[in-house]
Design a protein around this ligand. Structure first.
Ligand code: FES
Length: 106
């Protein structure tokens, strides 16, 4: 199973294992990572699962689709490497993925 590292805004790191085929958001929520609210449960309609994909990984992930980009437009502190973690489907190749979390989701 890929290991994903979430880094809170205050620098606290959380290394979690998650099954291939699940999403980065599910990995965070299932492991109690603070800062990923995921209010809509992963249907790309709340933007409270916002995270920043580490620069080393931005080229390795599939691009955000139009509906994700629309939702990200309403997220706080959007950056060029912003993604909705519920739209990041985990593969074995994502072992070591690093996602930083914003100071606030709302
Ligand atoms: S969980 Fe709502 S948009 Fe990702």
């Amino acid at each position: 199973m890929p290991v994903i590292t979430f880094i809170e805004h205050n620098g606290t790191e959380h290394r979690v294992e998650a099954p291939v085929g699940s999403t980065a958001m599910q990995a965070a929520v299932n492991n109690g990572v603070p800062g990923v609210l995921a209010d809509c449960g992963g249907s790309c309609s709340c933007a409270t699962c916002h995270g920043y994909v580490d620069e080393m990984w931005t080229g390795s992930l599939s691009s955000a689709k139009a509906d994700e980009l629309d939702m990200l437009g309403g997220a706080l502190d959007m950056k060029h490497n912003s993604r909705l973690t519920c739209q990041i489907l985990l593969t074995a190749a994502m072992d070591g993925l690093i996602i930083r979390l914003p100071e606030s989701q709302i």
